[in-house]
Design a protein around this ligand. Structure first.
Ligand code: EPU
Length: 432
């Protein structure tokens, strides 16, 4: 069965608050694992079967890209079957999918290695802040891929670095995307050992490496800041199950802390959420972990203690939970702060929360939050995926009616959102 989730026009969500969350849901597969793993399927012509894939707008954009390169992709519930379709790989990727989703850019390396050349649109601006691709291009150059930027496109050629058997790349910052892009390219450099240092350690990097290893790649050190890759010229078909989405889990855990009741989340990996659970402990929020189930209880706000939080790369507190955590801290008596170290200007949600009565003041890359006793419903504007999730939680907690405009960003990262909200006894109205 083939099913698609397309977003043509932006919808609105109407929420009457405050609401009380109670119930049990199962966390979906990880979006940010699915995307680089799907891009890596370009490395083989053999059949790849991927389980636990979330049906999200971004995943469907990556499927369109794979189809554009000549692959045949089929959905079977939450499983994707990817096979060789066209005889020849198409390695030209237009601006459309890259504009929709920056992770599309990560097909540049694999396509250039497979076809000898590739032309992929350069990503443009992004609402969460400046997101250049210089680490990607500098790293690819070391791997033997020369790129020229012309008319908004990256024209890349593989120069067959035959003489170089050992390549060392040190990333200036542990970028998730650059680490993934360079690993996915280096695995196909035959007889070449690539050492990546200062690389990202996120669980999604480990998942990508485990997937590549299941295709026959030789990789060591994933999950640490030094990764070693021994290249090969052939990778094979495989069947693989991706990890649960730690950001989706974290979002519902924060929702549970604010709106609970008791919220039970199945299919959660505890090690992936340590930084959030550590904050819960400091705040005084009660939670319980049993096997892969996280139970979060909402408690009286008066008992909570404010905290100072900094976002950072894994295992630090993720930037992708920063807007959601800000809603929680807005409702805790006293002065909390969040310093954003990954995307230093990712504060689009602040003005919207202030319009609901929050007291947040941004100074450089730090938001200073003075807790208020309640938020009040207001018309709001969503600007990106995680800001939309934060505004939805705030709307559910607020007194009165909230309408969130441009809310469809949320479907990029939260699978079966309405089903899951209903299972938690929450109701929202969606209209276009
Ligand atoms: N950076 C550069 N040059 C580069 C690459 C990155 O300066 O060539 C900078 C960025 O500007 C940013 C920092 O490095 O300040 C970190 O960016 P990173 O490359 O790690 O982010 P990304 O790979 O583009 C992924 C996730 C994001 C998540 C970030 C940080 C995917 C598909 N996206 O993006 O997820 O916020 O890592 O953890 O994996 C989301 O899911 O909502 C989302 C935005």
């Amino acid at each position: 069965m083939k099913h698609r989730l397309e977003i043509e026009t932006m919808g609105k969500m109407k929420v009457a608050g405050p609401q009380y969350a109670n119930g049990e849901i199962t966390i979906s597969g990880s979006k940010n694992s699915a995307l680089p793993i799907l891009a890596a399927t370009i490395l083989t012509d053999e059949k790849v079967i991927l389980h636990n894939i979330p049906n999200l707008a971004d995943v469907n954009t990556m499927i369109e890209i794979l189809e554009n390169t000549g692959k045949k992709v089929m959905w079977e519930n939450s499983t994707l079957v990817i096979e060789k379709g066209e005889e020849k790989i198409n390695s030209i990727l237009p601006y459309g999918p890259v504009r929709k989703m920056r992770a599309s850019f990560n097909v540049l390396g694999p396509l250039t290695i497979r076809n000898g050349y590739a032309k992929v649109a350069l990503p443009g601006g992004c609402s969460i802040g400046v997101r250049p691709v210089n680490f990607h291009l500098e790293g690819l150059k070391k791997l033997g891929i020369e790129s020229k930027i012309e008319h908004g496109y990256t024209n890349s050629k593989f120069t067959e670095n035959n003489h170089q058997k050992k390549i060392h790349i040190s990333l200036p910052f542990p970028s998730v995307g650059a680490t993934e892009h360079l690993i996915t390219t280096a695995v196909m450099l035959k007889d070449t050992e690539t050492i990546l240092t200062n690389c990202a350690q996120e669980p999604e990097i480990v998942d990508l490496c485990n997937f590549l290893i299941s295709m026959g790649a030789r990789i060591e050190g994933q999950g640490s800041s030094n990764i070693k890759i021994y290249g090969t010229d052939r990778l094979y078909g495989t069947e693989y199950t991706i990890i649960p989405d730690r950001i989706e889990a974290g979002t519902y855990a924060i929702l549970g802390a604010i709106l609970g009741g008791k919220v039970t989340l199945n299919n959660v990996i505890e090690d992936h959420l340590f930084s959030l659970l550590d904050i819960f402990e400091k705040l005084g929020i009660h939670y319980e972990f049993k096997n892969n189930t996280l139970i979060v209880s909402g408690i009286s706000k008066m008992e909570l203690t404010p905290v100072d939080v900094e976002t950072s790369t894994f295992p630090g507190f993720p930037t992708d939970l920063q807007p959601q955590l800000m809603v929680l801290l807005s409702l805790i008596p006293g002065r909390s702060s969040i310093t954003e170290n990954v995307f230093k200007t990712r504060f689009n949600h602040v003005d919207e929360l202030n319009r609901m009565g929050a007291k947040i003041f941004v100074e450089s890359n730090t938001a200073i939050i003075t807790g208020v006793t309640k938020l009040s419903g207001a018309p709001l504007e969503a600007t990106d995926l995680r800001a939309s999730a934060a505004l939805l939680i705030a709307a559910l907690a607020a007194e009165g009616e909230t309408v969130i405009n441009n809310v469809d960003h949320i479907f990029r990262g939260y699978e079966k959102l309405f089903d899951k909200l209903e299972k938690l006894n929450l109701s929202v109205e969606y209209f276009e």
